[in-house]
Structures are given as C-alpha cells and as structure tokens.
Design a protein around this ligand. Structure first.
Ligand code: SF4
Length: 338
C-alpha cells in the first residue's frame, strides 16, 4: 500500500481491477475480457490532488467510475475514509455517492436542462438533509457564491450559462453534498483556454478552503502541472509510475512517462531533455502484451521485458516505477537507442 502522507488517507485503492467480459453468439458466451483496469493501487491524503494521466484507453476514466461505484470492480478494494465501498448495498451506496462527487468533462450533458440552477444545486442537499425552504435557499446561494456565480443565477437554466459558468454550476452541485473526495474527469478540456485557468484556479481555491481531496483525470499535462500534487501515469490498465509532480516532471523514470512529458508543450525550463519518441498505438486491452505491457512501444525493450512483468517498486521515497531498467535503483537518463 502506498501512503505518501502522514495523515490517514481519504481514499485507499488496492489492487483494483475491472475486466469487462466480451460476449458473443446467441448464448452470449464470454469469448474474451477487456482488462480496462488491472491491479491499480494508490492513496489520496486529505487536501491532496492526485492526477491520473495517460493516453485514451489507459483506463484512467474507468478508475474514476469504479471509485464512484458507477461500475462494480472485478477485484481489489476501495476504502473511502477507512470504509471498504466495494461491497456496499444500495442504501449505503447512496451515502457513498454523497461523499464522492464527480465533475465531468461536459457540464452541459451532466446538468438536467429542465431544472434551474437553484434546483440543481438543491438536489443533493434535499436528498441528505431536512432543511426548510428558506434554509435551503440560503445554502444554495452560498454554494453559488463560492463558485463565483451571482445570486440571480439561482433562477436560470443551464442553457443560459456560458461553458465556464456551467462548469462552475456543476462544481457547486458537487460541493452541495459536502464530499470528502471529488473525482474530476477532464473537467476543463471542453472549455476555452482562457476559461480553463479560471476553473482550475477555482478548484484549487476550493481545495484550499475546504481541504478537499481530488482525483483529477486528464490527458493534458499542462493542466496537470497547474493543479496536481502527485501524478500517477497509467498505461494499459496499470500505473507505471507515481511520484510528486515536480519529481515526475523533472526526472521521469519510466520511458512512457518520459515520452509523455517530453512530447507535451509544457514550458519547463528545468527540463532540457530531447523528446523521447514512441511509435504505434496503445495495444488492445483485450489482449495486452506479455511481460511489460509497454514493451511493444518501448525504445529500450530487452528480452526480459517481453516475458517478465515489472512490478511497481519504490526507487526513492515516494517515487514508484514499474520498469526492469530501474530495478537496480538506476536513476540516470537512459541512453537513447541507436
Ligand atoms: Fe521498457 Fe522494458 Fe522498462 Fe518495459 S520494462 S518500460 S519494455 S525497458
């Protein structure tokens, strides 16, 4: 178990798996399994933002859905505030969904267009607290103010807001349930660049004020560098590297992390490495490569990589990497192939 912070974690995920069966024929027989998430472990401390990054198909959004229990895990445990939520019944699941809230990429499709902003934000309050109408309105106005929306927003409908305002409204709704953890899945990628920074700053301010923990899912390393405390890099259903943000950006040890970071247009004067090129697409999670799952694209692949699965190991305190080349503690730059 990886706990990077002295305080008890808000979230502890251990060996989490989600395999989707592929069914064929009249009898709907299982012919294969898509290993969307395959043995992922991490923890998040109070007030911490852990960013999950990786290409599409890496399994990062599936991890978010599993934590919300929108889908049932195939294996592993998810502990929220010390309680294993993987086997909760319907009643307890409602409480769980209050303590973990999600902010989606597209706020418009996640907000009911027929409801006013006031009703949308009041819903989670009504579900879990018995307040008078006046008390509820005061609470809703407080939430709207917290996310930077004016009081008159309470009577407006989602289509009357701009994209950035709609995402603020979605955040207000998420906060209304008083969550311990927010899962934000690409929450700014559908917004204009100028608005992205405002919403990111809002999320950071709220984290500071409310000591919220975030699981922030993104493919955009510029966004991650802005908001993250730690970064977990996912590839084909596994975490291949996890460390503090500065460590990953300054000294990525897994070739896949290095390829992502050197390809990203993130201004980083400390990082002077030449781009590490990887070729090809992410292989199918239905039939992942043997040994190291990255071996079909890795410029440093060796014979051992094709047969032996590298385990995630701690190479320096808090810095974990799954690569045979790093097992002996070698931290230097890998010689470029050719
Ligand atoms: Fe590349 Fe081998 Fe390391 Fe996998 S284990 S990342 S294939 S060097």
């Amino acid at each position: 178990m990886m706990n990077f912070n002295a305080s008890a974690p808000v979230l502890e995920v251990t060996k989490l798996k989600k395999h989707f069966p592929v069914l064929r024929g009249m009898l709907r027989r299982e012919v294969a399994r898509v290993q969307a998430v395959d043995g992922v472990s991490f923890s998040i401390a109070p007030g911490e933002t852990l960013c999950l990054v990786g290409e599409s198909g890496s399994g990062k959004s599936t991890v978010g859905k599993l934590i919300l229990r929108l889908i049932q895990p195939t294996g592993g445990t998810i502990r929220l505030d010390g309680i294993d939520v993987t086997k909760l019944g319907e009643g307890a699941l409602r409480q769980h969904r209050r303590r973990v809230q999600m902010v989606f990429q597209d706020p418009y499709s996640s907000l009911n267009p027929k409801l006013t902003a006031g009703t949308i934000v009041a819903e989670p309050i009504e579900n879990f607290e018995s307040l008078s109408a006046d008390e509820r309105e005061v609470r809703v106005l407080g939430m709207l103010r917290k996310v930077g929306l004016r009081p008159d927003a309470i009577r407006r409908y989602p289509f009357e807001f701009s994209g950035g305002q709609r995402q603020r409204l979605a955040i207000a709704r998420a906060l209304a349930g008083n969550p311990s953890l927010m899962v934000a899945d690409e929450p700014v990628s559908a917004l204009d660049v100028s608005v992205q920074a405002q919403v990111l700053n809002l999320l950071m301010d709220l984290k500071e004020e409310l000591k919220l923990a975030y699981l922030f899912i993104s493919h955009d390393l510029g966004v991650v560098e802005h908001i993250g405390d730690r970064i977990a890099v996912m590839y084909l259903g596994r975490i291949v590297e996890i460390a503090r943000k500065e460590t990953i950006f300054d000294e990525p040890l897994h070739p896949y992390s290095e390829a992502l970071i050197t390809a990203a247009p993130v201004p980083n004067p400390r990082f002077k490495r030449a781009r590490l090129l990887i070729e090809g697409d992410v292989p199918s999670p239905m039939n992942p490569p043997s040994g190291c799952r990255f071996h079909t694209r890795c410029p440093f692949v060796g014979p051992r990589c094709r047969s032996e699965d590298p385990q995630l190991r701690e190479v320096t305190p808090g810095h974990f990497v799954a690569c045979h080349l790093r097992e002996a503690g070698y931290r230097g730059r890998l010689p470029r192939p050719g």
